[in-house]
Design a binder for this molecule. Structure first.
Ligand code: ME8
Length: 508
């Protein structure tokens, strides 16, 4: 195992409303990365909730609750959602936890002491929904340029973070590391913002008090400055904490593209001010849309993500989300599309392959893997497992799955070409019997590979495949990169088959 821990994060979500499939999406992607990395090294996967700020305070007030009571009531919903999609995070940070508040206060004081934080007056506009300050010149028809909602005028005594002082270093980092922000469209957009110039950022608010208080009573810390620090507070930031340094910098920070600016301009500048390395990669992914509109808490078009998991199964949705579009792009969601993938790729291609293979080996060899002396099937696929892992860890999920499906199709084609049922009838033909043994061996060996390769993406169905194939050890511990066709031993007993992905029809 390599020494450094693979560290992957998601945004921490505002708990101003119910979670939806967009939140599950980013968390599932982080889960897939962490599960994949974990097969060869230690990994740490962080998610959580962003609980301070005006937006959450207003939601609580609307519900007639105190902000803290509101957050405490809602957090379990988020955790249930992630559990229903099988997301095995290592830590769930809440920004109202003392471990986080302590770090935010300490960072604020440190930056104030070294001059990166100074006192001034903020005059401008504010979007509560995005918790973002906007210059007049950036507004579109007087509204928030990101979400289009009306903005409010603010004049507040405030603390500022000297963001502009980091512009040159940020530009250098961008130019020297053109892959540190992906996809390329996000990189280009962020570079253009940097080239256009940076203003210092107001990082305190006085108009309300739902936030981390500043020690001298001059207000509360701006929710984004508070929230971004979760990525280091959760792993115990302090200059002499070895556990912190074993994890930081993060390998991948996943965010939706609408918050790329905070993560690739503000966040790295804060890290520079703290003398910390920048994350290796910030990936600003696209949006899941319905009828061309981003799914969102307040847009009213959110699909109930709990119902989706129940209706189709978590693994079908996980597969759909990664297979439907290249990661990074927007893509539209519909139940018809989910069902199409479920019935074609998962049911017909993979599920039937497993089912046919198990029933044939049961029928022709009493469920025992025969000795095969002549297999050449694997030659075309020897480099598939390492290539697949590399594509997953490089966040090219669709490519990885398409590649895996070449093996699925290859195995299906081998059944069609060799017609094992015909070979089985030729009991006197020793050549036919040898070929039958080889075909059966290849099917089980290939399915074994597929179960292991697909386990990070479809943990439950892959485990079921694994059991049907007769294996009892922990599938999650199998290294994908090191798979060998001949690891399947003749004499191995397969288990009992059952449909992996029963066919589904549209219900509503
Ligand atoms: O922005 N498609 O929280 P948030 C894909 N608290 N992903 C989506 C999505 C969609 N339609 N809708 C939401 C915040 N997401 C801040 C973050 S981090 C220090 C603070 C996902 O509740 C996507 O990852 O608005 C997006 O960036 C995130 O949820 C926004 O969640």
């Amino acid at each position: 195992m390599s020494e450094r821990t693979y560290y992957v994060t998601t945004p921490i979500y505002y708990i101003s409303g119910q979670p939806h499939i967009g939140h599950a999406y980013t968390t599932i992607v982080a889960d897939v990365l962490a599960r994949t990395a974990r097969t060869s090294r230690s990994s740490f996967f962080l998610t959580g909730t962003d609980e301070h700020g005006q937006k959450v305070a207003e939601a609580a007030e609307h519900a007639g609750m105190s902000p803290q009571a509101w957050c405490d009531a809602l957090v379990p919903r988020w955790q249930q959602l992630f559990a229903s999609y099988d997301c095995a995070y290592d830590d769930f940070i809440r920004t109202t936890q003392p471990r986080h508040e302590r770090v935010v206060s300490a960072v604020f004081e440190q930056l104030r002491a070294n001059g990166d934080v100074y006192r001034g007056t903020y005059e401008g506009w504010y979007c509560v929904s995005d918790e973002t300050f906007w210059l007049e010149s950036k507004l579109i028809d007087g509204n928030c340029p990101t979400c289009g909602r009306p903005v409010t005028r603010l004049t507040e005594e405030s603390w500022f973070f000297r963001l502009s002082a980091y512009r040159q270093r940020l530009l250098e980092h961008f130019r020297a590391n053109p892959e540190w922000v992906r996809p390329r469209s996000a990189y280009n957009e962020m570079l253009a913002i940097l080239e256009g110039g940076l203003e210092d950022l107001s990082i305190s608010r006085t108009a309300f008090d739902w936030g981390i208080p500043i020690a001298d009573g001059s207000g509360v810390i701006y929710v984004w400055f508070d929230a971004l620090l979760n990525y280091i507070s959760a792993i115990g930031w302090s200059s002499d904490n070895a556990a912190f340094h074993a994890r930081w910098p993060a390998d991948v920070q996943l965010v939706g593209k609408e918050i790329a600016r905070f993560h690739t301009i503000v966040w790295p500048a804060v890290l520079m001010a703290l003398g910390l390395e920048l994350p290796r990669l910030v990936y600003a992914h696209g949006w899941i849309t319905v009828d061309g509109q981003k799914i969102g808490k307040s847009l009213g078009n959110a699909v109930d993500a709990f119902v989706l998991a129940e209706r189709y199964g978590a693994d079908t949705i996980r597969y759909f989300l990664l297979r439907e579009a290249p990661f990074g792009s927007d893509f539209s969601y519909s139940e018809e599309k989910i069902i199409a993938r479920r019935n074609a790729d998962l049911g017909n291609d993979l599920g039937n392959l497993l089912n046919r293979s198990i029933s044939m080996i049961t029928k022709y060899f009493s469920g025992v893997v025969p000795l095969s002396t002549a297999t050449t099937f694997s030659d075309a696929f020897t480099t598939l497992p390492p290539r697949y892992t590399e594509a997953v860890l490089d966040l090219r999920f669709r490519d990885a799955l398409e590649d895996a499906w070449t093996l699925v199709s290859g195995l299906n084609r081998s059944i069609d070409e060799h017609k094992p049922w015909a070979l089985a009838k030729a009991t006197d033909d020793s050549e036919a019997q040898a070929r039958l043994a080889t075909v059966m061996y290849d099917l089980i060996a290939g399915l074994r590979w597929l179960a292991i390769m697909l386990a990070p993406i479809m943990p439950d169905r892959a485990r079921e495949m694994w059991h049907q194939l007769g294996f009892t050890d922990d599938i999650a511990l199998q290294s994908i990169r090191e798979l060998q066709w001949h690891d399947l031993l003749p004499g191995h007993h397969v288990g009992t088959g059952a449909p992996l992905f029963p066919r589904l029809e549209l219900t509503s």
